[in-house]
Write a protein that binds this ligand. Structure first.
Ligand SMILES: [Zn+2]
Length: 306
């Protein structure tokens, strides 16, 4: 048997089970147009922050498609058959990394040519301390919420775009620099506004802010005890949160745009406090940019801490 046939058999053995595994997950009501543009670099981004960062750098030279559909929560998401087709027709895929996209390990079976841009490259990870470790996810993935780590992600995307499309290298470098400058101003605003606040402890809804908290000398506590965003808060977790809030004199409890606000409202009512949004920025919100929303987070945090 020659080597070509061997490879073909290996491909069948590997590819078929993967495809059939995902078939049942394909939602027939979801009608994705496979977007490709022959004139432009075709890039697929795993989830909302990666999509927006790539568009900011690629602008009109790059056709970017978002893999996880709008409104869908990215934790534990898996690609469908249509998503695999989109990936097959793309030049490059941008992922967060640190295990957030567990499905990425199989992607080379579908498109061996695709460039995988892992935006976590060069970032020092924070280890997970909860049960995610048992699922083989060792690192906290939420690097897109800390301006300092976002900058590394943006630089990694810019480097890949320059490699894939060298004739527009200067264009990507300029766009990336402009975006990095905006992130720098936001970082400065956080240091000016939040550093001086007397309180250092805050209660987020899920554990999305470890990198942010570490960067700015804050302590994150959470209502949910895991990253499972759909997890129901238990009576015990509500009681624990209320006790914690009393201990740290916390009056503002944070919710997320797409989670049930009743859970946090119950806690805030008990404390005589209020609910504000601290967005994990995992899902697109129409009419707002990623950096606008990050700035709103900072304003709400300032209200809670100062
Ligand atoms: Zn999260």
């Amino acid at each position: 048997m020659n080597i070509q046939i061997n490879l073909a058999i290996i491909a069948i053995v590997i590819v078929i089970p993967f495809v059939s595994y995902y078939v049942w997950q394909d939602d027939p009501t979801k009608d994705i147009q496979i977007q490709t543009d022959n004139e432009k670099l075709n890039v697929v981004a795993s989830f909302y922050p990666m999509y927006e960062f790539t568009k900011e750098i690629g602008r009109d030279k790059v056709s970017v498609s978002l893999l996880i559909p709008p409104g869908m929560e990215p934790h534990d998401w898996e690609p469908t058959v249509k998503d695999i087709q989109q990936i097959q027709q793309s030049d490059m895929i941008v992922i967060n990394g640190f295990g957030f996209e567990q499905w990425i390990k199989d992607i080379k079976n579908f498109n061996s040519e695709i460039q995988i841009t892992d935006t976590s490259f060069g970032i020092t990870p924070i280890r997970n301390i909860d049960e995610h470790e048992m699922e083989g996810i060792d690192y906290d993935p939420h690097i897109w919420l800390n301006p300092k780590t976002i900058k590394i992600q943006v630089q990694n995307i810019a480097t890949s775009l320059k490699e894939q499309d060298p004739k527009n290298a200067d264009y990507y470098a300029r766009n990336a620099q402009e975006y990095l400058n905006k992130i720098d101003s936001l970082d400065k605003k956080i240091r000016d506004d939040i550093y001086k606040c007397p309180k250092k402890d805050f209660i987020a809804f899920h554990d999305a802010f470890s990198y942010f908290a570490k960067e700015y000398g804050l302590n994150q506590h959470t209502v949910l005890k895991t990253s499972a965003v759909y997890e129901e808060a238990t009576v015990q977790s509500l009681e624990d949160t209320i006790n914690l809030a009393r201990e740290f004199d916390i009056k503002i409890i944070f919710t997320e745009e797409f989670s049930n606000p009743k859970i946090t409202q119950v806690i805030a009512d008990e404390l005589g406090g209020k609910v504000l949004v601290l967005s994990p920025l995992e899902i697109e919100k129409e009419g707002y940019t990623f950096l606008d929303r990050l700035e709103t987070n900072v304003e709400n945090l300032k209200e809670a801490l100062c």
